[in-house]
Design a protein around this ligand. Structure first.
Ligand code: SF4
Length: 373
């Protein structure tokens, strides 16, 4: 089947993490569609390129810190030459390259071949590896929802006429290799972030990388141990990466794959025409309206970081203005929706003018209590 007839959706580790920044079903749907303008939603902003550039500058600085601390670090420039002097790469124009998948696997198999003095120093770093999803990863995570597994398989294996889903290759910033006393290499994932503080979304992203690595090692028969106890984030200007407990974060990652992703894909399939061959401009508004009705919006201050802001908030003002009232928590948003409380202004006023309704809402939800005072 030609992929050009279906709507492309791309799932990446950072998009899995982004779910926890917004916790908004409409954002999740928007964020995985490769070109949201095809369904009448906003174009993705190009402003992100500036923040990605800033992130790259910080990554170069962090690599210089490792080098100055005497650690061996393997990286390649954009022409696949091994970088031997990180300081010379710290200028804005100097660019690192991504390691190929083949090189990545070869390093995992024989880290001492690539990391100078690893046997003596016991620790080394690999920059920008390339990791794709193996069969075990797809089976355990992407197709892990028993009820919707068949639908997801059809989408990922190009048998669905409406949606073509794709798991993009992942590039964790750094993999640290520690040699244990018995000589076993242990691989830990470190992601470098331009943000000053660690966010749950970043931790979830690292958790996905760890799960990808575990399955890659299993499916490709690579020896060595993956550190599944701790992940690391190296935030802007911090002297070193900081560890976090992966056992606390894994349930968030599992929840995305078991619940959010399949439900989002199912929702898209229900709303879009059976065969998605692109829509005429006049139909896009109709489809965007159906998508907005299907995927509820949870407006919070994070909306300012959502590229769909203009289209989404305009629709909310016209159809569900109550959700835009200030200081409503996401719990309150969910509460209003799950109890089918009217979300347009006139009907909401009439609903809360009833004393019983008012009392029940105030008792059930603190942010609604404050609103109804
Ligand atoms: S603007 Fe806010 S409510 Fe709308 S999709 Fe984006 S995050 Fe969700």
């Amino acid at each position: 089947m030609s992929k050009s007839t279906a709507l492309n959706v791309n799932i990446t580790a950072s998009r899995v993490g982004a779910y926890y920044d917004h916790a908004c079903p409409r954002f999740t749907a928007y964020n995985i569609i490769a070109d949201p303008t095809l369904v009448g939603w906003s174009e993705r902003s190009r402003e992100h390129t500036a923040s990605q550039e800033a992130g790259k500058v910080w990554e170069k600085e962090a690599l210089c810190i490792l080098e100055e601390s005497g650690f061996s670090c393997y990286a390649e420039d954009e022409n696949e030459n091994v970088v031997s002097d990180f300081k010379s790469m710290s200028g804005r124009d100097a660019k690192f390259g991504d390691l190929s998948e083949e090189t990545t696997i070869d390093i995992f198999r024989s880290p001492d071949k690539y990391l100078r003095d690893l046997a003596v120093k016991k620790t080394g770093y690999i920059y920008q590896t390339t990791i794709s999803a193996t069969e075990s990863f797809m089976n355990s995570l992407i197709f892990g929802n028993e009820e919707l597994s068949g639908m997801c398989r059809d989408m990922f294996e190009d048998r669905d006429e409406c949606i073509h889903a794709n798991w993009s290759i992942c590039k964790p910033d750094l993999i640290r290799v520690d040699i244990e006393e018995d000589g076993t290499p242990v691989f830990s994932v470190i992601d470098m972030k331009h943000a000053k503080h660690a966010h749950l979304s970043h931790k979830v992203q690292v958790a996905v990388y760890v799960r990808l690595l575990e399955n890659l090692f299993k499916d490709r028969g690579i020896s060595g141990r993956i550190n599944r106890e701790e992940g690391y984030l190296w935030n802007f200007k911090k002297a070193e990466p900081r560890a976090f407990d992966l056992s606390v974060v894994m349930p968030y990652m599992d929840r995305f794959f078991k619940e959010e992703l399949p439900v989002t894909l199912k929702g898209l399939k229900e709303v879009l025409p059976d065969t998605f061959t692109g829509l005429k401009d006049c139909l896009k508004d109709e489809v965007a309206d159906s998508l907005n009705r299907h995927f509820c919006a949870i407006p919070t201050q994070m909306c300012e970081w959502c590229d769909n802001y203009q289209v989404c908030i305009k629709w909310q003002k016209e159809h569900e203005p109550v959700t835009l009232l200030p200081y409503l928590s996401s719990f309150a948003q969910e509460y209003l929706r799950t109890r089918q409380i009217p979300l347009n202004t006139a009907e909401f006023k009439s609903y809360v003018s009833d004393d019983d309704n008012r009392t029940r809402m105030s008792e059930d939800c603190f942010s609604l209590k404050k609103l109804l005072r």
